[in-house]
Design a protein around this ligand. Structure first.
Ligand SMILES: [Fe+2]
Length: 246
């Protein structure tokens, strides 16, 4: 047996080092493959989530259009109100990206009107007390219709509370102030804005400038002052552009 020399030690150390390097490189390549796989999985998941969201929104739009199809003169009311509402919600500080269900609620707010007979909904003379109380049930009926649709989330609160008033004189629950869900308080302003700026059988449409005066006068009465303050920051041209884009 030959004696161990310094050269042997260096050679064996070098061999071990090379082996360690090979193993490290192999491990690194494996980790890189895992990382690439993970990136691919995330990409696919994101695409699936986006597709699911698109399916949700088109389903909600289809339902909202079916409800609106009955009512010729308010054509596209739900789409406009949803667009105005989203603009106002952003200005009022609601993180829309975190609450996509709010838009669903805006689109479906009047779904409960399917239970109101045409003879009442389109009556040109004034409603009797009994007829009016039936119309006033549409937020509750709408909430009932959507009760088991989980993906609508807080959108259902908009459906139930879109006729509440800041001063508590609204319906169906007579909630007041911040007891009314914020999205419903935002919606109330958007709804009034669209009602005022579209033709009705009994009066022509107002300009956005004239509608602004009416809305601002109702701050603290019909509407949340904070939402009206957010509305004041948005120029009329923004709403006009949203309306004309539909
Ligand atoms: Fe309504």
């Amino acid at each position: 047996m030959s004696p161990i020399t310094g050269e042997d030690t260096v050679a064996s150390l070098r061999a071990r080092l090379e082996q360690t390097e090979r193993q490290t490189n192999a491990r690194q390549r494996q980790l890189e493959r895992y990382a690439a796989d993970l990136r691919e999985v995330f990409k696919q998941e994101r695409a699936r989530a986006q597709e699911l969201r698109r399916s949700y929104i088109s389903t909600v739009r289809a339902l909202s259009n079916a409800v609106e199809a009955r009512d010729a003169y308010t054509g596209k009311h739900a789409e406009r109100v949803a667009a105005y509402g989203m603009e106002l919600a952003r200005a009022a500080g609601i993180e829309i990206e975190d609450s996509p269900q709010i838009e669903f609620g805006f689109l479906l707010h009047d779904v409960g009107k399917v239970a109101v007979p045409d003879a009442i909904l389109f009556k040109s003379s004034s409603l009797t007390e009994e007829e009016y109380s039936l119309v006033r049930r549409h937020p509750v009926i709408g909430t009932e219709i959507l009760r088991d649709v989980d993906f609508l989330g807080e959108g259902k609160l908009v459906v139930r509370h879109h006729h509440e008033r800041w001063d508590g004189r609204g319906y169906p629950d007579g909630l007041a102030g911040e007891a009314i869900p914020l999205a419903a308080r935002v919606f109330a302003v958007a709804d009034a804005l669209d009602a005022l700026t579209t033709d009705r059988p009994y009066r022509p449409a107002s300009s956005f400038a004239a509608a602004r005066e009416v809305v601002c006068k109702e701050s603290g009465r019909q509407f949340d002052p904070a939402v009206v303050a957010a509305y004041r920051q948005i120029p009329d041209s923004t709403f006009e552009a949203l309306r004309d884009a539909l």
